[in-house]
Design a binder for this molecule. Structure first.
Ligand SMILES: Cc1ncc(COP(=O)(O)O)c(C=O)c1O
Length: 380
């Protein structure tokens, strides 16, 4: 049988170490306040139909790479929304409703965050306006319309849709529920990030001995990555290495870590990993990432369909897994690192390693998933 690693798709485009790494639990839990985390966890775990998502062992992959354990958090099973984003936007909407009453909420999105905001608004009877770029699929737009939100398509990319959302919300007095923060707009993004920490509370309960050594974190604006780090600061005695994974076409976290200050990236071509196609790091996320990230790396789109198919065909684990385009970057990064001894040494990857990966989304866009799966099946 052909080995997984023998496939020709694996490669790392850039790899850097963070010169300013200095993990400071106390500071992290001020930047993402502990009381927000406590409140989010209490609230979300009491929602109807709440269930922890599965933590699956990629045992076939760990055997081939000679790694002790590889855990995959399967967010396809997150409520009916099929991505971790369900935890953030909907929680922030509930906070806003409690504080401000029957307002209109608005957001810009690549799809999953908007679905969470629309879902939260529908449950609480609030009107919802969603701004999407020309690159967001009609299937994703339809999913948000089905949750009774108004979807407004904007010419240009994600950043353009965000600008339009801010413009119209300011004019019409709508409450912006955005998963990226900027100077003067930080409280709601903190609520959203606090919602994401539910994943870590679940994982620490699921792993039990909490001896994870390496965590691979996909990043768009960096909100998810920073919230997972904050979750470790709060719930885990052991602090693993945190490795940020981004598309090479949208590497704002890598560039910011390299330049030691937030650095914008102009996105000249869209990646398939739509949820991660962001040009600016979130200010709240940056405060945490700048000293808590160990390494950053980037990948191309080349291996995405291959891994989507490998998961679907149970090539990496005993069970079949549905993972969308933003679910697979951690797996791609890990396998690609094993093509290069230098990277393995730099990251201290060994037969004692316990790796944590995030399957951030599942079947969030059926058409896209089918296309990736059909393409990937030809390659494995
Ligand atoms: C579906 C999805 N959206 C968005 C993101 C990026 O999250 P953030 O923008 O908080 O960094 C990810 C991360 O991988 C993702 O999987």
């Amino acid at each position: 049988m052909k080995k997984i690693i023998q496939n020709h798709v694996w490669s790392i485009s850039s790899f850097i170490e963070n010169k300013n790494y200095k993990f400071d639990k106390k500071k992290i839990l001020i930047d993402l306040p502990e009381k927000f985390i406590d409140e989010a966890i209490y609230s979300i775990t009491n929602w109807n139909n709440y269930l922890p998502t599965p933590l699956i062992k990629l045992n076939k992959l760990s055997k081939e790479l000679n790694i002790k354990e590889i855990f995959y958090k399967d967010e396809d099973k997150r409520f009916n929304l099929k991505s971790f984003k369900a935890l953030g936007g909907a929680f922030a909407v509930s906070k806003i409703k409690n504080e401000k009453g029957n307002v209109v909420v608005a957001t810009a999105t690549a799809g999953n965050h908007g679905r969470s905001v629309a879902w939260g608004a529908k449950r609480l009877g609030l009107k919802c306006k969603i701004f999407i770029s020309e690159f967001v699929s009609e299937a994703r737009a339809e999913a948000m319309r089905n949750l009774e939100s108004e979807v407004i398509r904007v010419k240009g990319n994600y950043e353009d849709s965000l600008k339009e959302c801010i413009k119209q919300s300011t004019k019409n007095n709508w409450e912006i529920v955005q998963d990226v923060s900027w100077e003067g707009y930080e409280e709601t993004p903190k609520f959203i990030m606090a919602g994401y920490t539910v994943m870590i509370k679940e994982i620490i309960d699921q792993i039990k001995d909490d001896k994870v050594t390496h965590v691979f974190l996909q990043a768009g604006v960096g909100g998810m990555a920073a919230s997972i780090i904050a979750g470790f600061a709060k719930f885990s005695k052991n602090i693993p290495k945190f490795i940020i994974v981004e598309p090479e076409k949208a590497d704002c976290v890598l560039k910011s870590i390299k330049n030691e200050k937030p650095t914008s990236v102009k996105i000249s071509e869209e990646t398939i990993m739509g949820g991660m196609s962001c040009g600016d790091v979130s200010t709240v996320a940056w405060k945490i990432l700048k000293t808590s990230t160990n390494n950053c790396l980037t990948i191309t789109d080349d291996a995405i369909s291959t891994v989507v198919a490998m998961l679907a065909e149970a090539k990496l684990s005993n069970e079949k897994i549905i993972g969308g385009e933003c679910a697979v970057p951690g797996i791609i990064a890990l396998i690609s690192l094993f093509k290069n001894k230098d990277y393995i040494n730099k990251l201290d990857l060994s037969s004692d390693s316990k790796i944590l990966l995030f399957g951030c989304e599942g079947l969030t866009d059926k058409k896209m998933y089918k296309k990736l799966l059909d393409d990937g099946l030809k390659k494995i």
